[in-house]
Design a protein around this ligand. Sequence first.
Ligand code: NAD
Length: 445
Amino acid sequence: MATILEKTVMPGSEPGKPADLQDNNPYAIVSGLLKEAVAGLGLDENVYRLLEKPIRTLEVAVPVRMDDGQIVNFTGYRAQHFDILGPTKGGIRFHPDVNLDEVKALSMWMTLKSAILGLPFGGAKGGVIVDPGQLSERELEELSRTYIRALMPIIGPEKDIPAPDVNTNPQIMGWMLDEYDKFRGFNAPGFITGKPLIVGGSRGRVEATGRGVVMTIVEAAKRLGLELNGATAAIQGFGNVGSMTARFLHEQGVKIVAITDARGGIYARDGLDIPALLEYARSHKLVSTYEGYESISNEAFFSMPVDILIPAALENQITGQTAPLIKARIVAEAANGPTTPAGDKILAQKGIFVIPDILCNSGGVTVSYFEWVQNTMGYYWKEREVNEKLQEKMECAFHDVYEMMKEKQTDMRKAAYLAGVGHLAEALQARGWVKGWSMPIERKV
Ligand code: NAD
């Protein structure tokens, strides 16, 4: 079996392209890790054949009439990876670097997250190649509505359920819901999650990803004997996920000494004033422009002598170049795909405890699931109830991945893939695609 797998051409790799660039293709990275997990569980390579590509991808034109009367025709994508556990689910990203391989990889990570968390969903992801910062509010609304209209045949509460991701937010989800309902002819709040509370959003959803990140850090700290009160952290990115992670770490008594965003970074040896930065970010979007702190470069950020380093921005940040600089005990991957294989190898050699993305940031999809459940019931929970259910899910998922790591004597990333693929294999067995297989650990989720 191993020989056949080695001969497989990795999706996303391009012959003739320099190896380091191929290494950073997220679709090639996730495919390689999936292949390893299938082999690591002793599953037939046919399972990899089923998982290696999304069941459906769609490229759409997104024409928008700009305020000056010109039409700009943007390009959008949606990838639906695997739906054996339930409808596919995943966010929508507006960013100039969006591309099909990135969207496919993100959809595959979503399948794994739902599997690790025991949610009845498959994975999906969407994106539009656009810099939303260059659009007026009216242009942004038109882009959001046009994109959703283009996806209409393949989305819906029982098919594929979108949510926010980079540069999208509850307001954009609200516009998309309105457009979807207009076409369906009735109110279907379960079509999208991360929407405003008044139209069926869930309490705790805006905070969920960051809250979940901190729950996994608490679990890791317990196992490593690290006292969080007084520990230090550095966070890359101060959008939804980075800012909420900062808020909940601050509540744990963690001193956050450095934060970067797309424009730069700020540093304070004695800890940044997180409540003030949260307030500032509400009106300014960026925190690197906050006055009174020392500025830091990207390189300085990775070299920080902190206990916990948290990438919460985009892919491919911890690389063969930046990983050697890292001194942290824990790397908590709040972003999706922040570490390249070369970076990962260096983190492992240095004995750094990595909380992998598909576990670390899965609080978002978990509360999105709770939102969808509440929409289906038409009955809404208090925030305390949402947070308690999230806590239980995150603790159980962390336990499962940690136990898998011990059982298979591997690292946390590989263990997360083993836990996710194992859960999918159970479903494949129930549907008759796999025979004679059982999970190596007793799962808690
Ligand atoms: P966001 O758009 O709210 O924030 C992104 C942040 O990253 C901004 O502060 C931006 O300035 C910063 N940034 C961009 N480029 C940067 C760079 N080169 N260096 C430093 N900072 C940079 O996005 P988000 O929703 O917070 O998502 C962040 C990450 O978390 C993404 O990888 C996303 O896929 C992942 N994620 C998000 C959710 C969610 O619920 N929003 C859930 C799971 C995972």
